[in-house]
Ligand binder design. Structure first.
Ligand code: THG
Length: 374
């Protein structure tokens, strides 16, 4: 049984000790930090986020803070989705491209004030990219990684926990993707109605990393009557509900249209990093590939690699991720395939590290929730 080394070379979230003491069993490395991925009971953790409430250390979702007179202009330029009219106190899912139109992150952009923004990032070093674009363009901004670490409370009972913690008026006014600064017994944070599940909940962006244990304990205590327990962003829930895992579902040459993020790309009436390249990619051949849902027949081994797919012997992309779906009662996955193989019903042969699998492209496009058979 291989284990990951815990040491000082990889950064720790302010909730690291709390999550470890609570029984975290598996970690991934995300933004050069440890991030828990399991507490050893995948189905129990799935049930909890689907029907109850769970608490997640997602402190590795770092913020890129852009502040100063040109903050809005630069943040808008960095994102494929327009942020020109995003109001303070609001957030927007905003994919980012490099100058070749390749997806390099899929952050949530939070407008804290007209001159202060956070990009709440997925796993890639876009701080350097943002600093370089700012410097090369002579923008009047400061671009840093601040001491800000999200703690997620997710699941249908998250609402009740938050009402007990923060009061009804705060929660009544907090719409989806709305946020505001708040404190709990003097612990400073920004509360946002967001999170990487479709089961509802909030994220608490702790703004004093020395107080992670205190915040974790406060949330656990408030959640006790509702059966709260530690969990993590969940592979089954997010694949069932079409949430992208950047760099897990995508490779180093995926554009946002291929990743099915086209609805979050505003090509018209504005410029942004990667726009010109995306325009010519679109004009050339349309999206070369698509990320599709598949259902899987056969015994599913642990998906540790993108597995190559073929169709009638011809290369047909790869199966990037696969997991059991409790909702469908069968294995499902995400395949990144040439458009010729993206139609519903197409069958692909997959070499799962020596195990042959037959997978079928689903009629439900990636980005929508899979529906259980009637
Ligand atoms: N929370 C925070 N930061 C993050 C994530 C998070 N950074 C990386 C990663 N997760 C970003 N990925 C997503 C993907 C989808 C959504 C949120 C984060 C999401 N999308 C809605 C949808 O697709 O319908 C809403 C989009 C919108 O209205 O703008 O919620 O989880 N802090």
């Amino acid at each position: 049984m291989a284990e990951i080394t815990i040491g000082s070379r990889i950064r720790k979230s302010p909730f690291f000790n709390a999550a470890r003491d609570a029984g975290a069993t598996h970690y991934t490395i995300y933004n050069r930090m440890y991030m828990p991925t399991s507490f050893g009971d995948p189905i129990g953790e799935y049930e909890r986020v689907m029907t109850g409430v769970s608490i997640w250390d997602v402190g590795a979702e770092r913020q890129v803070e852009i502040s100063g007179p040109d903050a809005r202009t630069l943040t808008d330029l960095l994102c494929a989705r327009s942020l020109a009219n995003l109001k303070p106190g609001r957030a927007r899912y905003a994919p980012m491209c490099n100058h070749d139109g390749i997806l390099i992150n899929d952050p949530i952009a939070l407008c804290l004030a007209d001159d202060r923004w956070w990009l709440s990032i997925a796993d890639s070093d876009v701080l350097l990219h943002c600093q370089a674009v700012a410097g090369a363009g002579g923008y009047d901004v400061r671009v840093v990684e601040p001491d800000v670490s999200p703690l997620a409370i997710q699941g249908p009972k998250a609402e009740a926990v938050c009402r007990d913690l923060f009061g009804d008026s705060v929660m009544d006014e907090l719409g989806f993707f709305h946020h505001r600064p708040i404190s709990l017994d003097g612990i400073p944070m920004v509360i946002c109605r967001s999170g990487w599940s479709r089961q509802g909940g909030v994220e608490l962006f702790l703004t004093d990393g020395s107080r992670g244990q205190e915040l974790w304990d406060r949330v656990m205590a408030a959640g006790e009557p509702y059966g709260i327990a530690p969990g993590t962003p969940h592979q089954m829930e997010r694949i069932e509900n079409g949430l992208l895992s950047y760099r897990s579902d995508t490779d180093d040459d995926t554009d946002p249209f291929e990743a099915e993020l086209g609805k979050w790309v505003d090509l018209d009436g504005r410029d942004f990093v990667g726009r010109a390249a995306l325009m010519s990619r679109q004009a050339d051949a349309g999206a070369r590939r698509r990320l599709v849902n598949v259902t899987i027949d056969g015994e599913l081994p642990a998906c540790e690699n993108p597995w190559p797919a073929t169709c009638d012997g011809a290369p047909a992309g790869s199966l990037r991720n696969a997991t059991w779906s409790p909702k469908l009662g069968k294995a499902v996955g995400l395949a990144l395939v040439p458009v010729a193989y993206a139609q519903a019903g197409t069958q692909l042969n997959v070499d799962a590290d020596g195990n042959p699998l037959v997978v079928t492209v689903s009629a439900v496009p990636f980005g929508e929730s899979l529906t259980a058979p009637a």
